[in-house]
Design a protein around this ligand. Sequence first.
Ligand code: ADP
Ligand code: MG
Length: 414
Amino acid sequence: MAGTILEKHISEFKAKRIFLRLDLNVPQDAQGNVTDDSRIVASLDTLKLLSDAGARIIIASHLGRPKDKVVESLRLDPVAKRLSQLLGKPVTKLDEAVGPKVEAEIAKLKDGDICLLENIRFYAGEEANDPEFSKELAKLADIYVNDAFGTAHRAHASTAGIAAYLRPALPGLLMEREIEMLGNKLNKPERPFTAIIGGSKISSKISVLKSLVNKVDVLLIGGGMAFTFIKAQGGKVGQSICEDDQLALAREILEAADRQGTAVILPKDTLCIQAGLNIFKNNQPSDKLETQVYKSNQIPDDKEGMDIGPESAQEFAKLILQSRTIVWNGPVGVFEFDSLEHGTRACALALQELTAKGGTTVIGGGDSVAAIEKFGFAKSEFSHVSTGGGASLEFLEGKVLPGIACLDLEQAAC
Ligand code: ADP
Ligand code: MG
């Protein structure tokens, strides 16, 4: 934490009202109990730093998709309760996010006190990034801190618009770390630099593939999207997921790689199941699926490729271990099923080993993070596990994220 932007500003926080945008969008059960509090836990360091510095903290977050109106089940009271337990101090939950009642409550805050505004997405001005709503939010505070990387790719009032009316606008500790790891570290990587790109469809990863192919030394492609590349090279992929309308794009990416001298590694073998089982819908047993291994370009017509094969898993792991910097987005197989998780697990293990040897390993993407959680890895076993699914993908694509562009980043240029 030492040397962070927040720490550099620490002497400015005493008795100041700080509008702190967090991502407290946690899952809840039918009774409204928080079932996974990791996002709340992740925000504690920033909160403690600001509170200990004597700031008066006004937290804003969204929860679920209330679509611009009050939804009783999406009020933030359970979040406030859990946050208060974790902090060991009271968190005043307000039932609105703007207006005179909110202003009156904020006026009562003492140094170090914390209050939580109502679900910011109850207001139409939030997702519309309405300047009037941004001004109303800005009126509540003296300083803006954004620690919600998960929504940094959205230009909403509380994630970006507010910064037009409230300065300084600073990144929280989580946000700064995301910028450092996904931005600075990967823009000036120690080489060899390798990317693993997986997931189901090439169409959802076009921009990230196009961007990374120019940056990395080695591009490992797994998951469903590998079949579009294999078919583009004339291979037979059976009933594996394949996007015929993206074949030209796959060729384009392969040609760009050639020009750049980037090695593109596709899985040489593939673990297949009988086609048409529809395993997600039909509740197939996770650990007892019948599987066969085929060469990836010779998959029979009645088979469907679901994971990279054992030879490819070994090759991917070897190439990972020969790298100094890795970025991973997208599982290389249908890891949700125990019978189809081997390739993804092998990649995760290699990343863990590389981290232990001093390499830099960055994992982004909702399902990639779900995979390492399923395998029981701790986030600390990797250099960085991104907290933002969509946001980390857009960051890797090289896009400017509105929630970051609006901040005063000083030397933490991204
Ligand atoms: P992330 O969220 O990490 O960016 P994606 O959402 O792009 O990842 O893709 C994850 C999904 O891809 C998983 O649900 C996984 O089951 C699926 N997937 C991986 N390999 C295959 C495959 N061979 N065929 C079909 N789906 C696959
Ligand atoms: Mg996903």
